[in-house]
Design a protein around this ligand. Sequence first.
Ligand code: DC
Length: 223
Amino acid sequence: MHPVVAIDGPSGAGKGTVARAVAHELGWPYVDTGAMYRAVAWRARDAGLSLEARDEERVAAVALNAAIEVGGERVAIDGHDVTGAIRTPEIDDAAARVARLPRVRAALVARQRQYAAVGPVVMEGRDIGTVVFPGAAVKVYLDASPAARAARRSTDPAHGLSRAGAIDVVADALAARDHLDRTRRASPLRRAPDATVLDTTGLQIESVVARVLEIVRACLGRG
Ligand code: DC
């Protein structure tokens, strides 16, 4: 297995921006595993599947067989460009639901592991350091106060500026998704015991990126 930088944490902690910048600095590919769950949720809804346990087998077949492209600027599934379509409140909810299904998780985890068979990778998600790559060379857990996370999410252009300003609404939705993510039976969001925790509340993204790069260099024994 090639070296993996695993970046986990709740939504709005800055994972996406930080992981992307760290990958850029290292010259490694970046994989947004949340986008994989989102794309599967989008495709399952598009196919009229239920996101509850009764259609688990069929949603898992999507997770296993669909052509999923993440990592670049765009996200696509089976040839549909879903870059914008997966960042809506409906897909926020749908993705959290499919992420509860153990067979869907098993299919996506297997696909995520394949990236490190090809080369080094920076991977971002909820269970990268705990389940996908428990032996990752570097594990970082990013967190932030609920208010800071809601503020970030409500001004995130990727999530639609239409929601900017409605911080209360975003904060409530984040709290509900956190609850789903932390209480699910299959791989709940939790910090790996050997992860370095960084609280990004009030920090500029650049300083978080610099800190993560220091950790990466220390762990990989470079410069
Ligand atoms: O990071 P995000 O908001 O794009 O993630 C979308 C959903 O997928 C969210 O409910 C958490 C879930 N997820 C997960 O369960 N495991 C991952 N590795 C990544 C995301």
